[in-house]
Design a protein around this ligand. Structure first.
Ligand code: RIB
Ligand code: CA
Length: 337
């Protein structure tokens, strides 16, 4: 699998899970501006992978800003540095010298070349889709290496960045529209892990403290970091914290914990108050729908509309702590990889 991130507290939670779950093979990470400026994203991403002992995973700097919109960073959510203002020392690893889009291209073309279907890549964008739009339009041949795209973004119901739009899509609506159009063109299946499920897997301040203690007790910096990230979010919002983006990665190894439905999806680009909204068409066949002057979107997306939040949170916690607090979670994740 490959991640595209704007690390980001919850992107960091996703990176820790992807780095540690035995059923996942994280082969590369591309960075994009979003929650934080792209150089902060690169630094944060390298720190997280270093904590997880995954200095082997190439990390590349991608697009610094959206295709058309101006950047709108989310320091109010993720802290001044984009990752809970923990100020951990920088990783000794350097970023890959390629642009993020070129790293994605090379990884996908390598996957296509083997001819082995098991090598096809699940691409998991957890950020504005700028890199992915540039990739699919500039190097469409790279799609031959794609199994599917599972993106965190959008919503069938309400937004978060605005009443109508989810942050990643709102940050770069044109990129989201391009990705949906290109995926349809290139025959790439798209799965949408949106706000309809995003907030359900949560952990409490007490659980965050347990995870930090478990990590510190056995010198596991990844577990300590996971707990500190959740603790930051709990205290920033005065409530239990969602694992956010990490849920999209958990869904790769436990799809049965979510309810998926196929619906045509479009992105609103022109609306004054609805720009960046993902319009998930849940209408059943009817004369009204058949006479819709807009017709149906050609891009049919598998949309997550239900989730077992507690089970997803338990699996995340068990994985990022390396099972150190197995008793506390009671998680038996001897699931097939
Ligand atoms: O709307 C949630 C998304 O916006 C998450 O990816 C979070 O990291 C932010 O980028
Ligand atoms: Ca993100």
């Amino acid at each position: 699998m490959v991640l595209d991130v704007d690390t980001g507290v919850d992107d960091a939670c996703a990176l820790l899970f992807a780095a540690r779950h035995p059923g996942l093979r994280l082969v590369a990470v591309s960075c994009v501006g979003g929650n934080a400026p792209v150089d902060d994203v690169v630094r944060n991403t390298l720190v997280v992978l270093d904590a997880a002992g995954r200095g082997d995973v190439p990390v590349a700097r991608g697009a610094a800003r959206p295709l058309v919109e101006r950047p709108r960073h989310a320091r109010h959510v993720h802290g001044e540095d984009g990752m809970a203002d923990l100020h951990w020392p920088p990783s000794p690893q350097l970023p890959d010298p390629r642009h993020g889009v070129e790293l994605l291209r090379d990884v996908l073309l390598d996957a296509a070349r083997t001819g082995d279907p098991d090598d096809l890549v699940t691409l998991v964008p957890l950020a504005p889709l700028t890199n992915i739009a540039l990739l699919l339009r500039t190097y469409p041949e790279a799609a031959a290496g794609l199994r599917r795209i599972v993106f965190m973004g959008g919503a069938a119901a309400q937004g978060n960045a605005t009443a109508s739009a989810e942050f990643n899509v709102f940050h770069d609506p044109e990129a989201a529209a391009v990705v949906l159009d290109a995926a349809d063109d290139l025959g790439v299946p798209v799965f949408m892990y949106g706000l309809d499920v995003f907030s359900a897997p949560t952990l409490s301040p007490a659980e965050a403290a347990e995870i930090v203690a478990a990590g510190r007790a056995c010198g596991d910096r990844a577990a300590e970091l996971a707990g500190l990230l959740i603790d930051f979010q709990c205290h920033r919002f005065g409530t239990d914290a969602t694992i956010g983006d990490a849920g999209a990665v958990v869904s790769l190894v436990a799809p049965e914990l979510l309810a998926w439905a196929e619906h045509p999806v479009r992105v609103e680009l022109a609306g004054t108050w609805s720009r960046g909204r993902t319009i998930v068409d849940q209408r059943t066949a009817s004369p009204d729908r058949d006479h819709d002057p807009h017709g149906l979107s050609p891009t049919v997306v598998r949309v997550a509309l239900g989730i077992d939040g507690p089970a997803v949170a338990r699996l995340w916690r068990h994985t990022v702590t390396g099972g150190a607090d197995h008793d506390a979670t009671g998680t038996d994740d001897r699931r097939p990889s």
